[in-house]
Ligand binder design. Structure first.
Ligand SMILES: [Zn+2]
Ligand SMILES: [Zn+2]
Length: 301
Protein backbone atom coordinates (compact mmCIF):
# COMPACT_ATOMS: atom_id res chain seq x y z
CA UNK A 1 0.00 0.00 0.00
CA UNK A 2 1.38 3.41 -0.92
CA UNK A 3 0.44 6.88 0.15
CA UNK A 4 0.59 9.04 -2.94
CA UNK A 5 -1.84 9.03 -5.84
CA UNK A 6 -1.14 6.53 -8.56
CA UNK A 7 -1.76 6.72 -12.27
CA UNK A 8 -3.38 4.00 -14.33
CA UNK A 9 -0.18 2.15 -15.24
CA UNK A 10 1.12 1.94 -11.68
CA UNK A 11 -1.78 0.15 -10.01
CA UNK A 12 -1.45 -3.06 -12.02
CA UNK A 13 1.58 -4.95 -10.77
CA UNK A 14 2.79 -8.01 -12.61
CA UNK A 15 3.57 -11.07 -10.46
CA UNK A 16 5.96 -13.90 -11.42
CA UNK A 17 2.99 -16.15 -12.29
CA UNK A 18 0.99 -13.46 -14.15
CA UNK A 19 -0.23 -14.59 -17.56
CA UNK A 20 -1.91 -11.92 -19.70
CA UNK A 21 -3.50 -14.46 -22.08
CA UNK A 22 -5.05 -17.49 -20.37
CA UNK A 23 -8.49 -16.79 -19.01
CA UNK A 24 -12.19 -17.31 -19.41
CA UNK A 25 -15.11 -15.08 -20.42
CA UNK A 26 -18.10 -15.89 -18.24
CA UNK A 27 -21.62 -14.52 -17.99
CA UNK A 28 -21.76 -12.07 -15.08
CA UNK A 29 -25.30 -12.38 -13.67
CA UNK A 30 -25.18 -9.19 -11.58
CA UNK A 31 -23.94 -7.03 -14.46
CA UNK A 32 -26.22 -8.63 -17.04
CA UNK A 33 -29.43 -8.58 -14.98
CA UNK A 34 -28.83 -4.99 -13.85
CA UNK A 35 -28.40 -3.91 -17.49
CA UNK A 36 -31.51 -5.83 -18.61
CA UNK A 37 -33.60 -4.50 -15.71
CA UNK A 38 -32.65 -0.92 -16.65
CA UNK A 39 -33.53 -1.61 -20.30
CA UNK A 40 -36.95 -3.04 -19.40
CA UNK A 41 -37.69 -0.16 -16.99
CA UNK A 42 -36.67 2.40 -19.58
CA UNK A 43 -38.43 0.91 -22.58
CA UNK A 44 -41.68 0.30 -20.69
CA UNK A 45 -41.82 4.01 -19.75
CA UNK A 46 -41.25 5.18 -23.34
CA UNK A 47 -44.91 5.34 -24.50
CA UNK A 48 -45.81 7.65 -21.59
CA UNK A 49 -42.85 10.05 -21.76
CA UNK A 50 -43.48 13.74 -22.42
CA UNK A 51 -41.24 16.76 -22.94
CA UNK A 52 -40.64 17.19 -19.20
CA UNK A 53 -39.39 13.61 -18.91
CA UNK A 54 -37.04 14.10 -21.90
CA UNK A 55 -35.70 17.34 -20.44
CA UNK A 56 -34.87 15.65 -17.13
CA UNK A 57 -33.38 12.70 -19.05
CA UNK A 58 -31.08 14.98 -21.08
CA UNK A 59 -29.96 17.00 -18.06
CA UNK A 60 -29.28 13.96 -15.89
CA UNK A 61 -27.49 12.09 -18.67
CA UNK A 62 -25.35 15.13 -19.45
CA UNK A 63 -24.41 15.85 -15.83
CA UNK A 64 -23.70 12.24 -14.83
CA UNK A 65 -21.61 11.43 -17.91
CA UNK A 66 -19.80 14.74 -18.30
CA UNK A 67 -19.13 15.83 -14.71
CA UNK A 68 -19.39 12.34 -13.21
CA UNK A 69 -17.99 9.74 -15.56
CA UNK A 70 -15.66 11.68 -17.87
CA UNK A 71 -14.30 14.30 -15.47
CA UNK A 72 -14.80 12.78 -11.99
CA UNK A 73 -14.13 9.09 -12.57
CA UNK A 74 -11.93 9.06 -15.65
CA UNK A 75 -9.84 12.23 -15.73
CA UNK A 76 -9.64 12.82 -11.95
CA UNK A 77 -9.96 9.57 -9.98
CA UNK A 78 -8.31 7.24 -12.50
CA UNK A 79 -5.74 9.42 -14.25
CA UNK A 80 -5.19 12.26 -11.75
CA UNK A 81 -4.97 14.61 -14.71
CA UNK A 82 -5.85 17.55 -12.44
CA UNK A 83 -6.22 18.24 -8.73
CA UNK A 84 -9.30 19.22 -6.79
CA UNK A 85 -10.42 19.32 -3.17
CA UNK A 86 -11.75 16.12 -1.62
CA UNK A 87 -15.33 17.35 -1.40
CA UNK A 88 -15.37 18.18 -5.11
CA UNK A 89 -13.73 14.85 -6.01
CA UNK A 90 -16.34 12.99 -3.93
CA UNK A 91 -19.19 14.94 -5.54
CA UNK A 92 -17.96 14.29 -9.08
CA UNK A 93 -17.29 10.60 -8.38
CA UNK A 94 -20.76 10.26 -6.84
CA UNK A 95 -22.25 11.63 -10.07
CA UNK A 96 -20.07 9.10 -11.93
CA UNK A 97 -21.49 6.26 -9.84
CA UNK A 98 -24.98 7.35 -10.93
CA UNK A 99 -24.04 6.42 -14.52
CA UNK A 100 -24.55 2.85 -13.27
CA UNK A 101 -21.38 1.23 -14.56
CA UNK A 102 -19.55 0.28 -11.36
CA UNK A 103 -18.41 1.64 -8.01
CA UNK A 104 -15.32 3.88 -7.86
CA UNK A 105 -12.90 1.05 -7.03
CA UNK A 106 -14.48 -1.28 -9.59
CA UNK A 107 -14.18 1.44 -12.24
CA UNK A 108 -10.48 1.96 -11.52
CA UNK A 109 -9.87 -1.79 -11.61
CA UNK A 110 -11.77 -2.24 -14.90
CA UNK A 111 -10.06 0.72 -16.56
CA UNK A 112 -6.53 -0.05 -15.40
CA UNK A 113 -6.75 -3.79 -16.18
CA UNK A 114 -7.90 -2.95 -19.72
CA UNK A 115 -5.24 -0.27 -20.07
CA UNK A 116 -2.58 -2.77 -18.95
CA UNK A 117 -3.86 -5.42 -21.35
CA UNK A 118 -3.86 -2.96 -24.25
CA UNK A 119 -0.18 -2.23 -23.55
CA UNK A 120 0.87 -5.87 -24.03
CA UNK A 121 2.48 -7.26 -27.18
CA UNK A 122 -0.48 -9.61 -27.48
CA UNK A 123 -3.91 -8.61 -26.19
CA UNK A 124 -6.80 -11.07 -25.81
CA UNK A 125 -10.04 -10.39 -27.72
CA UNK A 126 -12.05 -9.21 -24.71
CA UNK A 127 -9.93 -6.24 -23.57
CA UNK A 128 -9.00 -5.31 -27.17
CA UNK A 129 -12.61 -5.27 -28.50
CA UNK A 130 -11.41 -7.45 -31.39
CA UNK A 131 -14.67 -9.41 -31.57
CA UNK A 132 -17.46 -8.44 -33.99
CA UNK A 133 -20.18 -5.97 -33.01
CA UNK A 134 -22.76 -8.35 -31.47
CA UNK A 135 -20.24 -10.69 -29.88
CA UNK A 136 -18.47 -7.71 -28.29
CA UNK A 137 -21.83 -6.32 -27.12
CA UNK A 138 -22.61 -9.62 -25.38
CA UNK A 139 -19.18 -9.82 -23.82
CA UNK A 140 -18.83 -6.22 -22.65
CA UNK A 141 -22.40 -5.68 -21.44
CA UNK A 142 -23.14 -9.10 -19.93
CA UNK A 143 -19.87 -10.90 -19.23
CA UNK A 144 -16.54 -10.53 -17.43
CA UNK A 145 -13.10 -11.72 -18.51
CA UNK A 146 -11.34 -13.61 -15.71
CA UNK A 147 -7.60 -14.23 -16.10
CA UNK A 148 -6.36 -17.51 -14.64
CA UNK A 149 -3.30 -15.75 -13.19
CA UNK A 150 -4.05 -12.03 -13.03
CA UNK A 151 -1.62 -9.30 -11.99
CA UNK A 152 -1.94 -7.65 -8.60
CA UNK A 153 -4.15 -4.60 -8.24
CA UNK A 154 -2.65 -2.04 -5.86
CA UNK A 155 -4.75 0.90 -4.83
CA UNK A 156 -3.43 4.06 -3.20
CA UNK A 157 -4.32 4.53 0.49
CA UNK A 158 -6.33 7.70 -0.17
CA UNK A 159 -8.84 5.62 -2.15
CA UNK A 160 -8.54 2.19 -0.51
CA UNK A 161 -9.01 3.58 3.00
CA UNK A 162 -11.65 6.15 2.16
CA UNK A 163 -14.85 5.25 4.01
CA UNK A 164 -16.84 7.14 1.39
CA UNK A 165 -15.37 5.15 -1.51
CA UNK A 166 -15.74 1.87 0.40
CA UNK A 167 -19.40 2.66 1.03
CA UNK A 168 -20.00 3.67 -2.62
CA UNK A 169 -18.28 0.49 -3.76
CA UNK A 170 -20.65 -1.65 -1.67
CA UNK A 171 -23.77 0.27 -2.64
CA UNK A 172 -23.22 1.59 -6.17
CA UNK A 173 -26.29 -0.10 -7.65
CA UNK A 174 -28.48 1.07 -4.75
CA UNK A 175 -27.43 4.68 -5.38
CA UNK A 176 -30.12 4.83 -8.09
CA UNK A 177 -32.78 4.55 -5.37
CA UNK A 178 -32.51 8.04 -3.75
CA UNK A 179 -32.52 9.55 -7.26
CA UNK A 180 -35.53 7.40 -8.21
CA UNK A 181 -37.44 8.65 -5.14
CA UNK A 182 -36.79 12.29 -6.09
CA UNK A 183 -37.83 11.59 -9.69
CA UNK A 184 -40.99 9.82 -8.51
CA UNK A 185 -42.06 12.90 -6.57
CA UNK A 186 -41.42 15.14 -9.58
CA UNK A 187 -42.90 13.00 -12.33
CA UNK A 188 -44.16 9.62 -11.13
CA UNK A 189 -43.21 6.22 -12.48
CA UNK A 190 -42.65 7.46 -16.03
CA UNK A 191 -39.89 9.80 -14.92
CA UNK A 192 -38.34 7.02 -12.83
CA UNK A 193 -38.34 4.77 -15.92
CA UNK A 194 -36.85 7.44 -18.18
CA UNK A 195 -34.54 9.15 -15.66
CA UNK A 196 -33.11 5.98 -14.15
CA UNK A 197 -33.84 2.96 -16.40
CA UNK A 198 -33.49 4.48 -19.85
CA UNK A 199 -30.65 6.80 -18.80
CA UNK A 200 -28.54 3.96 -17.35
CA UNK A 201 -29.35 1.69 -20.32
CA UNK A 202 -28.37 4.38 -22.87
CA UNK A 203 -25.26 5.39 -20.88
CA UNK A 204 -23.95 1.81 -20.62
CA UNK A 205 -24.75 1.04 -24.26
CA UNK A 206 -23.20 4.31 -25.45
CA UNK A 207 -20.07 3.73 -23.38
CA UNK A 208 -19.64 0.30 -24.92
CA UNK A 209 -20.24 1.57 -28.50
CA UNK A 210 -17.62 4.31 -28.10
CA UNK A 211 -15.15 1.78 -26.62
CA UNK A 212 -15.88 -0.71 -29.40
CA UNK A 213 -15.31 1.64 -32.34
CA UNK A 214 -12.53 3.64 -30.67
CA UNK A 215 -10.37 0.51 -30.83
CA UNK A 216 -11.35 -0.48 -34.37
CA UNK A 217 -11.33 2.40 -36.79
CA UNK A 218 -11.45 6.17 -37.07
CA UNK A 219 -9.10 9.09 -37.30
CA UNK A 220 -5.56 8.26 -36.22
CA UNK A 221 -2.86 10.85 -35.58
CA UNK A 222 -0.66 8.86 -33.22
CA UNK A 223 0.39 5.24 -32.95
CA UNK A 224 2.16 3.37 -30.19
CA UNK A 225 4.67 1.27 -32.09
CA UNK A 226 4.74 -2.52 -31.68
CA UNK A 227 1.34 -2.67 -29.96
CA UNK A 228 -1.52 -4.54 -31.63
CA UNK A 229 -4.21 -2.41 -29.96
CA UNK A 230 -4.42 1.24 -30.96
CA UNK A 231 -6.90 3.96 -30.04
CA UNK A 232 -8.79 5.97 -32.67
CA UNK A 233 -10.51 9.32 -32.60
CA UNK A 234 -14.21 9.33 -33.41
CA UNK A 235 -14.99 12.82 -34.72
CA UNK A 236 -18.50 14.39 -34.79
CA UNK A 237 -19.69 12.94 -31.48
CA UNK A 238 -17.82 15.21 -29.04
CA UNK A 239 -21.06 16.59 -27.59
CA UNK A 240 -22.46 13.09 -27.09
CA UNK A 241 -19.30 11.57 -25.62
CA UNK A 242 -18.16 14.82 -23.93
CA UNK A 243 -14.61 14.50 -25.32
CA UNK A 244 -14.11 10.80 -24.57
CA UNK A 245 -14.41 10.19 -28.33
CA UNK A 246 -10.80 11.42 -28.81
CA UNK A 247 -9.58 8.01 -27.73
CA UNK A 248 -6.60 7.97 -30.10
CA UNK A 249 -5.33 11.06 -28.29
CA UNK A 250 -6.04 9.39 -24.94
CA UNK A 251 -3.87 6.39 -25.89
CA UNK A 252 -1.11 8.84 -26.87
CA UNK A 253 -1.36 11.03 -23.74
CA UNK A 254 -3.27 9.10 -21.03
CA UNK A 255 -2.47 11.53 -18.21
CA UNK A 256 -3.59 14.64 -20.09
CA UNK A 257 -6.79 16.32 -18.84
CA UNK A 258 -7.29 17.58 -22.39
CA UNK A 259 -8.47 14.86 -24.76
CA UNK A 260 -9.33 17.00 -27.79
CA UNK A 261 -5.73 18.10 -28.21
CA UNK A 262 -6.01 19.68 -31.65
CA UNK A 263 -7.59 23.07 -32.31
CA UNK A 264 -10.72 21.81 -34.06
CA UNK A 265 -11.39 19.00 -31.55
CA UNK A 266 -14.06 20.11 -29.10
CA UNK A 267 -13.79 18.63 -25.64
CA UNK A 268 -16.71 19.48 -23.31
CA UNK A 269 -15.12 17.59 -20.41
CA UNK A 270 -12.03 19.78 -20.63
CA UNK A 271 -14.17 22.94 -20.87
CA UNK A 272 -15.77 21.86 -17.60
CA UNK A 273 -12.32 21.39 -16.00
CA UNK A 274 -11.28 24.85 -17.26
CA UNK A 275 -14.43 26.33 -15.69
CA UNK A 276 -13.56 24.64 -12.38
CA UNK A 277 -10.04 26.07 -12.69
CA UNK A 278 -11.35 29.60 -13.29
CA UNK A 279 -13.49 29.24 -10.17
CA UNK A 280 -10.41 28.15 -8.20
CA UNK A 281 -11.81 24.63 -7.76
CA UNK A 282 -9.29 22.77 -9.96
CA UNK A 283 -5.54 23.15 -10.30
CA UNK A 284 -2.47 21.37 -11.72
CA UNK A 285 -4.39 20.69 -14.92
CA UNK A 286 -2.13 18.48 -17.06
CA UNK A 287 -1.75 18.95 -20.80
CA UNK A 288 0.08 16.52 -23.15
CA UNK A 289 3.35 18.43 -22.74
CA UNK A 290 3.23 17.92 -18.96
CA UNK A 291 3.01 14.13 -19.19
CA UNK A 292 5.66 11.46 -19.56
CA UNK A 293 6.01 10.51 -23.22
CA UNK A 294 4.90 6.94 -23.91
CA UNK A 295 7.49 4.57 -25.29
CA UNK A 296 6.94 4.03 -29.03
CA UNK A 297 4.64 7.06 -29.40
CA UNK A 298 4.83 8.20 -33.01
CA UNK A 299 3.06 11.00 -34.86
CA UNK A 300 1.70 9.88 -38.19
CA UNK A 301 2.42 12.23 -41.06
ZN1 LIG B 1 -8.28 2.24 -25.23
ZN1 LIG C 1 -8.20 6.33 -19.47
Amino acid sequence: MVDTSLISTERIQVLPQTDDQAGIIRWNPQKSLFYCAMAVMGVSALPFADIKDWTVFSLLTGVTILAGHSVGMHRLLIHRSFSASKWLEYTLVYLGVLVGMAGPIGMIRLHDARDWHQRQIQCPAFPSHTAGFWQDAWWQLHCTFYLDNPPDFVLEKSIAESKFYQWLERTWMLQQIPLAIVLFYIGGWTLVGIGVGLRVFISLTGHWIVGHFAHKRGQQRWVIKKLPVQGYNLPYISWLAFGENWHGNHHAFPESALLGIEDHQSDPGFLFILTLKKLGLAWDVKLPQHTKRREGLTLLT
